[in-house]
Design a protein around this ligand. Structure first.
Ligand code: GTP
Ligand code: MG
Length: 193
């Protein structure tokens, strides 16, 4: 998809703040600091639209982005960040569970993993959660620029086996630095709209 317009429309913490209407939504999930916001910026050709930080825990609300007036991306706070309190973790869990399990407009979740490393236990739990609720998933293994190309397929295989990826779900090697995988990611996202 050629992105001609993109803007943030709301940062929500509860359902009555979600945007109205029936536009299809694609939500981003993944470990804190894995590169969800960077993925959004790369896909939208917008350097600073989604806030990025070298410190984990930057995104704390459900941030809805409107793209070409026809699609929403929803940036979701990352999981697995050790320095949050139990109370905050529970609040996070409720917020994202409510969104993922009740939002009719949600067409698929982009699960971002780090191609360099095997998925974490939290990644496996998130993937299982999505499968339990029958939510289609696109697995984006990002930060590919950080390992040699010759190792990509081997690392992707580890990702696939660790998550036990469903044959119906697509896996894509990605880099927010180089744009690797961007066209494929758009074509898969469009297939869910
Ligand atoms: P939270 O909002 O804390 O959950 O993090 P996030 O998943 O949104 O991660 P974010 O996009 O803020 O990126 C975290 C760090 O990883 C930043 O320093 C990014 O520059 C870096 N990063 C993200 N994607 C890539 C990538 O593809 N390649 C490289 N080399 N660095 C990346
Ligand atoms: Mg973020």
């Amino acid at each position: 998809m050629k992105v001609t317009s993109s803007e943030i429309i709301i940062s929500a913490v509860k359902p009555d703040q979600y945007p109205e209407g029936t536009l299809p939504e694609i939500a981003l999930a993944g470990r804190s600091n894995v590169g969800k916001s960077s993925f959004i910026n790369k896909m939208l050709n917008r350097k600073g639209l989604a806030r990025i930080s070298s410190k984990p825990g930057k995104t704390q609300t459900l941030n809805f982005y409107l793209i070409n007036e026809i699609l929403h991306f929803v940036d979701v706070p990352g999981y697995g960040y050790a320095k949050v309190s139990k109370k905050e973790r529970e609040a996070w869990g409720k917020m994202i569970e409510t969104y993922l399990t009740s939002r009719d407009q949600l067409k698929a979740v982009v699960l971002i993993t780090d191609l360099r490393h095997p998925p974490t236990n939290d990644d496996v739990m998130m993937y299982d959660f999505l499968k339990y609720y029958d939510i289609p998933c696109i697995v984006i293994a990002t930060k590919a620029d950080k390992i040699p190309k010759g190792k990509w397929q081997k690392h992707l295989k580890v990702t696939e086996q660790t998550l036990d990826v469903d044959p119906e779900d697509t896996m894509i090697i990605f880099s927010s630095e180089t744009g690797e995988g961007k066209d494929k990611a758009w074509s898969v996202i469009e297939s869910y709209m």
